[in-house]
Ligand binder design. Structure first.
Ligand code: DAH
Length: 360
């Protein structure tokens, strides 16, 4: 065996013997590094006779190529081995049961407000808000309920401590004061709904000292009772999801509207259970009317130039009717079992309404 063949055999067997990538790199440096065994021999070629230089040069270069190939093959093998060892070591047991993340539920009241808002949004209404603590002026006087008006006694008002001028703020007894606040700062046309908390000193299965209402107000030129009726009929049908739901307007009285109407929907009671839709019974669901000229005047507008209609509904009552909840007090118990039963998953796609005409 020539010296070069011996060198080749030796190096190739070192490559085979390299048990990891670091050892392989050491073999490579030993052969091909600056002072490696092949490199050294290549450097010596210059001192040889031309014929021998050619032969030895060819032989050395062949060894160099073969060695490079062997190293690269070994490197691939070692890398593959290292990867499988790593995968083995970092194995994840995907057979373990996943712990279900706890999902919250949407409270039926929030859901009901969302539904009401979506339906009115479709008709071009936006949402307005006002303070829970109101002045007597916004809660009563501006709404055409003067100090000695009997309607004041009907609202079991929570009064707060009098201020420096001996004026007693109130917890708003309805969302109607936001009508006034909106008319004072916005110019017609106005189309708003006002969902919000309201307060009355009352507590039984159908009353809670804090409850929710949703007010509505439309102000513009030539707004008439036909608009009120069309808007509220569309709302009732969309909310209860009954296309031909009978809706009745019954004359009523509110100090801030003239004329006023209470809105009833058709229903029937079967074995003590309420069915909304057909039937020859009626169920009252909201109050409404044409905004009283005095209220329009109180807000600095001329009732000969602009008119409007307003309405107010109890959110709890609508939620109870739609979702078959019998006791109003359970809304505020924060009982998780109740919430799981009556609540809504956030991912539920709200099937809120279909094809309402645009505009009032
Ligand atoms: N504010 C009334 C209440 O609390 C509800 C209401 C009735 C509001 C008629 C209105 C309306 O805007 O026009 O009982």
């Amino acid at each position: 065996m020539t010296e070069i063949e011996t060198l080749k055999a030796d190096l190739l067997s070192s490559v085979e013997g390299a048990s990891d990538l670091a050892a392989l790199e050491a073999v490579r440096l030993d052969a091909l590094g600056k002072k490696g065994r092949i490199s050294v021999q290549l450097k010596r070629l210059g001192a040889l006779e031309p014929e021998q230089r050619k032969q030895t040069g060819q032989a050395l270069n062949q060894v160099k190529d073969e060695l490079a190939e062997a190293i690269s093959a070994r490197q691939k093998l070692l890398e593959a081995e290292a990867l499988s060892a790593q995968l083995e070591a970092e194995r994840v047991d995907i057979s373990l049961p996943v712990q279900q993340p706890l999902a919250g539920n949407i409270h039926p009241l929030s859901r009901t407000v969302e539904e009401i808002a979506a339906i009115f949004a479709d008709m071009g209404f936006s949402i307005a808000e006002g303070p829970d603590i109101e002045t007597d002026f916004y809660n009563f006087t501006a709404l055409n309920i003067p100090p000695e008006h009997p309607a004041r006694q009907e609202h079991d008002t929570f009064y707060l401590r009098p201020d420096a001028e001996n004026v007693r703020p109130v917890l708003r007894t309805h969302t109607s004061p936001v009508q006034i606040r909106t008319m004072q700062k916005e110019k017609p046309p106005i189309r708003i709904i006002v969902p919000g908390r309201t307060y009355r000193s009352d507590h039984d299965a159908t009353h809670s000292p804090m409850f929710h209402q949703c007010e509505g107000l439309v102000i513009g030129e030539n707004i008439h009772m036909g608009h009120l009726k069309g808007c509220l009929i569309d709302f009732c049908r969309a909310f209860f999801g009954v296309d031909d739901l009978p809706v009745r307007f019954r004359p009523s009285f509110f100090p801030f509207t003239e004329p006023s109407a209470e809105v009833d929907i058709g229903c029937r009671r079967v074995d003590g259970k309420l069915e909304i839709g057909a039937g020859d019974d009626w169920l009252e669901i909201l109050g409404s009317g044409m905004v009283h000229p005095k209220v329009i005047e109180n807000c600095g507008m001329n009732p000969d130039e602009v008119q409007g209609f307003a309405f107010g509904m109890g959110v709890e009552r609508l939620a109870m009717l739609k979702y078959g909840i019998s006791d109003l007090r359970t809304f505020y118990d924060s009982d998780l079992r109740w919430l799981k039963h009556y609540g809504f998953l956030p991912i539920d796609v709200p099937a809120l309404h279909t094809g309402l005409d645009e505009g009032v």
